[in-house]
Design a binder for this molecule. Structure first.
Ligand code: HEM
Length: 491
């Protein structure tokens, strides 16, 4: 495997010398605005059919067992940055680590978020995923600080342990060989824990109602952008309205009787609005719904994929089990309960999670729209013209044989020599499961923590036999049958 930073840019190393900085600017990636449209030169490629462009070819590849084949074919023909036409917009697609890093790191004066219309409609204007400028930075900063706080991590750890213990008691009661669908169990546990952290809702009828409405909402995220009664988008918008009412009722109650400490994310956002950047009730409730997406989708899928890959790699499973059993033994010898820091200290477990993120590509890429002409690769490079969208396709980079040796093999040991918390910047754009730049996922620590806790309690308490399943990659990544396993308690 090539080193992670190979071909990438380690910016801080160059800041010491202006000359070096100029050289770097000349030879590697440069991201500079071009003011005149006449200079704009989008990369080679094809815009496909009128109106639909190449969207159907993209989707048909996305449904196949090799979603990256759409991009792969065009990379061979045109290079790793090429032109296309997707979701109704001319687009530049990047499967190049340096170009992807540049797009992620660039500021909002060059790009704004851009998603298919149904998604934009459902998320609403005040969603953090759509917001730009000072308001996005404010919500991102407050949410990021809350998600990273040791208090929240300790609370999530205790919650997760409690819920896992209850679920595992039920598996034991079902006897040896009990059938468990990992994906369903992970969704049910993670959703409830994160929703409690977000809006303070406890287990009960309202939680069940919210989850039921959320399922209707999420089904419309990638749907036809038609808002007529009977369509999925219409049903999803109605479900969002019902969820908004519930969350706004919670906000009203909190306004009457504020929590002294910042108990949940609503408290944090409510107490930090200022006149210039007021965080309205509508903005807060809209964002709470968006923040539930990773709770129902990304984190449970990360857990499920890790268990699938481990089931197919006995050596990795054995090493993970040994590491976790050792920690359990050490803690029980001194009569201590595991803290969140203990779970996060497990080096090999973190490598397993990192490798799962690389191979699983839970978020296969992100889209932006250029608000001006943006040059992406040196003077002889390509330009993303104003008004075009750019698809930064993480999946192709994560599965590129020039970046990762034997990229389709699950190999947690490949991360041995690297920083456990490898970031977009430190990887030179070759490892970006959580995005990068000012929109770097603020929940990344929490995602890793929840996956570590789930894996720890599963491997230290049960053995399992996987029943066989396949990964579906579109419209979202998931296991087709929910990853059924048969579990037997360890004696
Ligand atoms: C395996 C789990 C997760 C993955 C793979 C993931 C991935 C990502 C990616 C790729 C982005 C960047 C989107 C962009 O640039 O447009 C992002 C943003 C975001 N993520 Fe996550 N995420 C995960 C878990 C979480 C969790 C647990 C939370 C919090 C509950 C969270 C909250 C957010 C938010 C609020 C943003 C938007 C940030 C902004 O635009 O300023 N994510 N995530």
């Amino acid at each position: 495997m090539q080193p992670l930073a190979a071909g990438g840019v380690s910016w801080p190393l160059y800041t010491a010398s202006v000359v070096a900085a100029l050289l770097v600017t000349a030879v590697v990636l440069r991201l500079a605005a071009r003011s005149t449209a006449a200079k704009a030169r989008p990369p080679a490629g094809s815009l496909g059919w009128p109106l639909v462009g190449e969207t159907l070819q993209f989707i048909s590849a996305a449904y196949s067992s090799r979603p990256e084949s759409f991009v792969e074919k065009r990379c061979l023909r045109y290079g790793k940055v090429f032109r296309s036409h997707l979701w109704g917009s001319p687009a530049v697609v990047s499967a190049d680590a340096e170009a992807s890093r540049a797009v992620l790191q660039t500021d909002a004066s060059a790009f704004v978020p851009w998603y298919p219309r149904s998604l934009m409609e459902l998320m609403g204007e005040s969603s953090i995923l759509v917001l730009g400028g000072a308001l996005q930075r404010r919500v991102h900063g407050l949410a990021g600080a809350f998600f990273k706080s040791p208090e929240l991590k300790a609370r999530v750890t205790a919650d997760m342990r409690g819920r896992l213990a209850a679920a595992m008691d039920a598996w034991r009661a079902a006897g040896d060989g009990a059938a468990v669908r990992v994906q369903d169990e992970a969704k049910s546990i993670v959703f409830r824990i994160l929703v409690r952290a977000l809006i303070g809702l406890e287990q009960g009828q309202e939680m069940n109602y919210l989850r039921q409405q959320f399922h209707i909402f999420i089904a419309g995220l990638i749907s036809l952008p038609i808002k007529l009664p009977g369509t999925q988008l219409y049903r999803s918008l109605k479900a969002k309205k019902r969820m908004t009412s519930l969350i706004q009722k919670i906000i009203q109650e909190k306004r009457k009787d504020p929590c002294a400490a910042s108990c949940d994310l609503i408290d944090v956002l409510m107490s930090n609005g200022s006149d210039e950047l007021s965080l309205t009730d509508e903005l807060i409730s809209d964002n709470m719904i968006d923040f539930m997406i990773p709770a129902e989708d990304s984190v449970p899928v990360l857990i499920t994929l890790a268990i699938k890959y481990l089931s197919e790699c006995p050596l990795a499973l054995q090493q993970l089990e040994e590491e976790n059993m050792e920690l359990k033994r050490q803690k029980s010898d001194v009569g201590e309960t595991l803290e969140w820091t203990d779970y996060m200290s497990l080096t090999f477990t973190q490598h397993v999670i990192t490798e799962t993120l690389r191979m699983g590509n839970i978020i296969s890429g992100i889209m932006r729209k250029a608000v001006r002409d943006v040059e992406v690769k040196g003077q002889n490079g390509v330009v993303i013209p104003k008004g075009w969208c750019v698809l930064v396709y993480f999946r192709s980079v994560h599965l590129d044989a020039n970046v990762y040796d034997n990229p389709y093999a699950f190999n947690p040991w490949r991360w041995k020599e690297r920083d456990m918390t490898v970031t977009t910047a430190s990887s030179g754009g070759s490892f970006t499961p959580f995005g990068g730049g000012q929109r770097l996922c603020p929940g990344l620590d929490l995602a890793r923590l929840q996956a570590s806790i789930f894996l720890h309690h599963l491997v230290t308490n049960f053995m399992w036999v996987a029943q066989g399943d396949v990964v579906v990659n579109f419209p979202t990544v998931r296991l087709k049958r929910g990853m059924p396993i048969k579990v037997t308690p360890k004696t």
